[in-house]
Structures are given as structure tokens and as C-alpha cells.
Write a protein that binds this ligand. Structure first.
Ligand code: ADP
Ligand code: MG
Length: 303
């Protein structure tokens, strides 16, 4: 029996399933892009519950797409190799050697581990990087950052083909320029661009904080719901810094490009993805387009 169910009566377990029914119906066939963060990913147990959640989404008819990061894991290997990581505005400064390390760690290790843990449940996950099938074309963002890419275009054809076969794409955040040069891209940026290109129902960012704070030093300042307009207004006012900058920019880009909504959630909470999608728990930060209809499970009428 699943550990999580120990201590619950059969009636409680049945009730949990029945309460999920309206959400399962609502989201059937919907694409949900999930960014699994470097910092939310360091714990083995969480990696396994994450895999269960993704498989459960697929099993009840959603179309999950995983985009993963790997900052801490890249940092670890760089450290072993005697290189000091450096960041500017949340973006890794990437020389040629760092690019090789990032690509090896993301595609060869982190991506493989996620595919492996999903596929303990069945032959579902297929790992790919933005270089595969022409998925992500990128260009050098700023020569002083080295091989860091800005996304120029997303060609989601390969994803449509995988989703049509009920497979779960697991995407490593590397793109390539038209000459074939690989570029390291922030994983949040990739998740947003993919979510937009697929017109996702939701883009969900699992990170290592409970959501977006109005004041990062005030735990009571968690923002439950915000809009693209409000986020645009707060970018640059100093309340959003470091790794939250590309995350918030990515929420905005995703919704502007066609995703219906975005969520910033605490990936350290086991099964937070199921909590958000299939219960009325109001958790994390929900981002909506300015006039978009309410799409969170949390806003469904109580059945
Ligand atoms: P991830 O691996 O999930 O991308 P990052 O470290 O890149 O993690 O980004 C998340 C971090 O952003 C948080 O740990 C937090 O320190 C930082 N942050 C900056 N500003 C805010 C804010 N206003 N609200 C929440 N987190 C913030
Ligand atoms: Mg980050």
C-alpha cells in the first residue's frame, strides 16, 4: 500500500477519489507543463513522489510535460572539477567548459533520473533536450554571459507527436542556434516557452519556496493570486530577485503566448501537484492573464 494512505480508513480514501472527480473531468486532455526545479529536486523521496504524480496525471487523462532544471547538480560537478559557478541576474555565466558540464549533467544525469523514476511505473517517459527535433532554437543572450541562450522560437511538433502517443516528454533546458551550437537556457524560461507553444492549461513551477512573496523577508506576504499586469508592474521594483526573476518573467511569457494560467508551488511539499490540481486547497501563487477565466482547481464550485 502507498505510504501516504496508511492511517486512512477505506471511507476516507474513497472520498478523496470522489472529491477529485470534478477536477479530473475538467482537466481531461489538458496539457500541464511542470517545471521541476533544481532546488526542489535534491531529495530522493520527493523525486519519487513527483514521478508518481506525473504518472497519475497521465493515467487520468491529462497530458503532463516535464521541464527540469539542475542548477545545484551542475554546481556540484563544477565544484568537483574545481570551477567556481558564477551568476548574474539568476543566470549562470557559461564558458565552453561550463556549457559541456551543464549539458552532460542536465541531459545525461538529471533528465535520465527523472525518466527512470517515471518509467518504474510503466513505459511512459521520453527524455529529450531542446536540441532534439528542432524543439528550441536559441541565440546567445549576451556575450558576457557566454553560452547562455535566449529562446528565438519553439517548434512543438515533436511534443505533439509524443503526446499523441500518450508519452510523457521530459525536457532538458538546452537549445541550439541555427549553426548547431548548444546553448544553456534557464529551465523556467524553457517551461514558459513550451507552455505557451502548447497552449497549456497550466504551467506549474515547483520550487523551494511556498510561492511568490510580496516581501521575501516576510513569511506572511505570500501572494495567493496575481495577474500578468501586476507582475509586470512589480518586475524591477526590487521585490523579485535572483532565481525568481526568470520564473516570473516566464509566467508572463507563457500566458502571453497562450497558456491559460501559471502556478508557483512549493516542490518540497510531497504531492503538491496533486494538491493543486485535484483539491480545493488554495496553495502557492496562482498567476492569471488579466481577463482570463478562473482556471484553478481551487476556484471550482464545491461539488
Ligand atoms: P529553482 O531551482 O526552483 O529555479 P531558484 O533559486 O532559481 O529555484 O528560484 C527560487 C528562489 O527565488 C527562492 O528560493 C527565493 O530565494 C528567490 N526569491 C527571490 N525573490 C522572491 C520572492 N519575491 N518570492 C519568493 N522567492 C523569491
Ligand atoms: Mg532557477
Amino acid at each position: 500500500m502507498n505510504n501516504l494512505m496508511r492511517g486512512y480508513s477505506p471511507e476516507q480514501r474513497t472520498r478523496a477519489l470522489v472529491e477529485a472527480l470534478p477536477y479530473i473531468q475538467k482537466f481531461r486532455g489538458a496539457v500541464v507543463v511542470v517545471k521541476f526545479g533544481g532546488n526542489a529536486m535534491v531529495n530522493e523521496e520527493l523525486a519519487l513522489t513527483f514521478a508518481e504524480d506525473v504518472v497519475l496525471l497521465r493515467s487520468v487523462g491529462l497530458k503532463p510535460v516535464v521541464v527540469h532544471g539542475g542548477g545545484p547538480q551542475i554546481g556540484d560537478l563544477l565544484k568537483k572539477l574545481g570551477k567556481t559557478p558564477s551568476f548574474r541576474n539568476g543566470l549562470r555565466v557559461t564558458d565552453e567548459e561550463t556549457l559541456d558540464v551543464a549539458r552532460m549533467v542536465l541531459v545525461g544525469k538529471v533528465g535520465r533520473e527523472i525518466v527512470g523514476s517515471i518509467n518504474t511505473h510503466g513505459a511512459y517517459a521520453v527524455g529529450l533536450s531542446g536540441e532534439d527535433g528542432g524543439l528550441i532554437t536559441a541565440e546567445i543572450r549576451d556575450p558576457s554571459l557566454g553560452f547562455v541562450g535566449d529562446i528565438v522560437s519553439v517548434n512543438p511538433g515533436i511534443l505533439h507527436r509524443l503526446l499523441a502517443e500518450d508519452l510523457i516528454p521530459v525536457i532538458s533546458p538546452i537549445g541550439s542556434d541555427p549553426t548547431g551550437q548548444a546553448l544553456n537556457i534557464n529551465a523556467d524560461t524553457v517551461a514558459g516557452a513550451i507552455g505557451g507553444a502548447l497552449n497549456a492549461e497550466k504551467v506549474v513551477y515547483l520550487t523551494d519556496v511556498p510561492g511568490l512573496f510580496g516581501d521575501i523577508d516576510d513569511p506572511d506576504s505570500l501572494i495567493a493570486r496575481t495577474s500578468v499586469a501586476e507582475l509586470n508592474a512589480s518586475i524591477g521594483d526590487g521585490t523579485i530577485v535572483g532565481g525568481m526573476v526568470p520564473k516570473v518573467e516566464s509566467c508572463i511569457a507563457a500566458i502571453e503566448a497562450g497558456a491559460r494560467g501559471a502556478h508557483l508551488l512549493d516542490g518540497r511539499v510531497p504531492h503538491v501537484l496533486l494538491l493543486e490540481l485535484f483539491t480545493d486547497a488554495g496553495i502557492g501563487t496562482m498567476v492569471v492573464g488579466d481577463r482570463s477565466p478562473i482556471t484553478s482547481g481551487a476556484d471550482l464550485e464545491t461539488p
